[in-house]
Ligand binder design. Structure first.
Ligand SMILES: [Zn+2]
Length: 107
């Protein structure tokens, strides 16, 4: 498996997540929609904010994992399990490119 290919995939995914996180942040700052004067409208808006915040947090969590994976590639230990040190199954890395654990240690 080509590490450079995985690296490119991770970088592309990082771009995507970064712009998603930025977009949810912008929505949360009400750049697109000012807070309604109507109370029941505000309730709906706040519920939407919770959803947005959840999406932003999820994107940021994945971003952190991707940054760790990229650091592991640069450090040259991307292919070994962070827990037991065995080589991680390449098929697993294809499916979950930001994992740092072998199938065994992930469970
Ligand atoms: Zn392991």
């Amino acid at each position: 498996m080509e590490l450079e290919t995985i690296r490119k995939r991770l970088l592309a995914r990082r771009e995507e997540l970064a712009s998603r996180a930025a977009a949810t942040d912008a929505d949360l700052r009400h750049e697109h929609e000012p807070l309604s004067a109507d109370f029941s409208e505000q309730v709906v808006q706040r519920e939407n904010e919770d959803v947005l915040r959840g999406l932003g947090d999820a994107a940021r969590g994945e971003l952190a994992r991707i940054n760790r994976a990229l650091a592991r590639i640069d450090a040259g230990n991307y292919l070994s399990c962070a827990v037991c040190g065995v080589e991680i199954d390449p098929r697993r890395l294809q499916a979950v490119p930001y994992t740092d654990r072998c199938t065994h240690c992930a469970h």
